[in-house]
Design a protein around this ligand. Structure first.
Ligand SMILES: Nc1ncnc2c1ncn2[C@@H]1O[C@H](COP(=O)(O)OP(=O)(O)OP(=O)(O)O)[C@@H](O)[C@H]1O
Ligand SMILES: [Mg+2]
Length: 425
């Protein structure tokens, strides 16, 4: 995959307050990238910098290797579905989606080409005239008789006029060819119709063309907003918490649909959410942010299984996070006991955080596990039980499908590879 967008050391300050610091990020073509982090961490600001609505205080934003910091939003190959999406209440579904096409000059590309040809023509005429003036001066320098000089000058002028006429005819012919490719109003309506229907179908709203927007559910309105952004066929779609307003079931449906749309339309999605589950289900790549800084970039599996620090571990999924000491490579100590682990490369006796996921801990008979404790609480969570076991030093949260009674004395157990040792940031 090729790198499509690159942020290099991007910083943003608002009124002297730093809200983004040193953001370095690469986004590949056709990738589904999610910015994940708590409220105020800088997700929307980063997205707006990519979309061109906010200018970074420092750093570079590259598209296909070119710095686009000075290119305004409407000239970027991006389209945005904003955090608070607004549909036009006076337009029906069809016209809301068609809007993006209608505001564009349907013959914009052709008109640009005509302007270019006209400019070329003027430039070439100017060049011919300069040559003519130079030839005239050279003629004068020859010291010819007056009558002869006049005759020669007239000849030069005639040549110039002929050249200009030829040039003009040539350019006019080109322009007339281009004008023949102008899309007329009727064909344009047909094109709009085809595209609106295509994108309404893609978001599952076929047959909703003539509905007014107030008669739609929140989820349907959201889909109209997405179709409206897709119809411009951007290279990159920026989506700022587009599902936040929906109830859980609809949100899950839309997550699935968005992922499908992204695959089918073959475009890059940059998606913002503070919902970790949403990020884990939809993304190819997750960018975890906190306080204006990137904490970790990785696949959902990387982020979940190998969180790079305590913040990521606690933000993604539930975790038991325990302070400890890395005694040596593959040997970590916490709560007064040494445990074998799979991590290495830390300084001797470095203070670390250790994460153990609730689903990686087993409850076993007392005397057969690693740590002894007493069952403190048992809560039914649908698929599993959430059981807290209190040991001498702390409470471990455990997810298991086996039921254990409160106040039972038990041991807890975990495998060597379920201890994840992290640097303290
Ligand atoms: N135009 C602005 N002027 C001043 N401060 C701003 C402006 N826009 C954002 N901020 C500040 O920048 C920080 C990051 O804001 P941003 O909107 O990027 O956060 P976010 O991660 O999208 O949060 P949320 O999840 O609540 O949408 C916040 O402290 C916010 O108050
Ligand atoms: Mg935001």
């Amino acid at each position: 995959m090729a790198t499509l967008i690159e942020l290099k050391d991007v910083t943003k300050e608002f009124d002297g307050q730093v809200v983004l610091r040193g953001i370095d990020l690469e986004i590949e073509q056709n990738e589904f990238v999610t910015f994940l982090g708590p409220s105020g961490c800088g997700k929307t600001t980063t997205l707006r910098i990519i979309g061109g609505f906010v200018t970074p205080s420092n750093g570079e934003v590259l598209f296909d290797g070119l710095n686009i910091v000075d290119i305004p939003a409407h000239k970027r190959p991006t389209n945005t579905v904003f955090q608070r999406y607004a549909l036009f209440p006076h337009l029906d579904v069809f016209e809301n989606v068609a809007f993006g096409l209608r505001v564009k000059d349907r013959n914009l590309e052709q008109k640009k080409e005509i302007t270019k040809i006209t400019k070329e023509y003027h430039h070439e005429v100017k060049k011919l005239k300069t040559e003519y003036s130079r030839d005239k001066l050279n003629l004068k320098a020859l010291g010819l008789e007056k009558v002869e000089l006049k005759e020669k000058e007239n000849e030069l002028k005639l040549i110039l006029e002929n050249k200009i006429t030829v040039l003009k005819e040539e350019k006019e012919e080109k322009i007339s060819h281009i004008k023949n490719t102008f899309i007329n109003k009727k064909d344009f309506e047909q094109l709009i119709n085809d595209k609106v229907n295509k994108y309404l179908k893609m978001v599952g709203l076929e047959g909703y063309q003539n509905r007014t927007v107030h008669n739609l559910s929140g989820g349907q309105q959201q889909r109209v907003a997405i179709a409206r952004a897709l119809i411009n066929e951007p290279k990159v779609l920026l989506l700022d918490e587009p599902l936040a307003a929906l109830d859980l079931k609809l949100r899950q449906e839309m997550q699935y649909e968005l992922k499908e749309i992204q695959r089918n339309a073959g475009i890059t999605f940059i998606f913002v959410t503070h919902d970790q589950e949403e990020a884990l289900t939809m993304s190819d790549k997750i960018v975890v942010m906190n306080h204006g800084e990137i904490q970790q970039i990785g696949t959902p599996e990387d982020i979940y299984n190998e969180p790079s620090n305590k913040f990521v571990a606690s933000f993604i999924g539930e975790s038991n996070i325990i302070p400890g000491i890395m005694k040596d490579d593959y040997l970590v100590s916490f709560d007064g006991k040494d445990y074998e682990c799979v991590d290495k490369g830390f300084a001797k006796n470095e203070e670390v955080d250790i994460v153990i996921r609730p689903e990686d801990i087993d409850i076993v008979e007392k005397g057969t596990g690693k740590i002894t404790g007493i069952v403190d609480s048992v809560v039914f969570k649908g698929v599993h039980w959430e059981i807290d076991v209190k040991t001498t030093d702390r409470i471990f949260t455990i997810h298991t499908t086996d039921h254990v009674k409160e106040d039972t004395e038990v041991d807890i157990n975990f495998s060597v590879e379920d201890l994840h040792v992290m640097e303290i940031w």
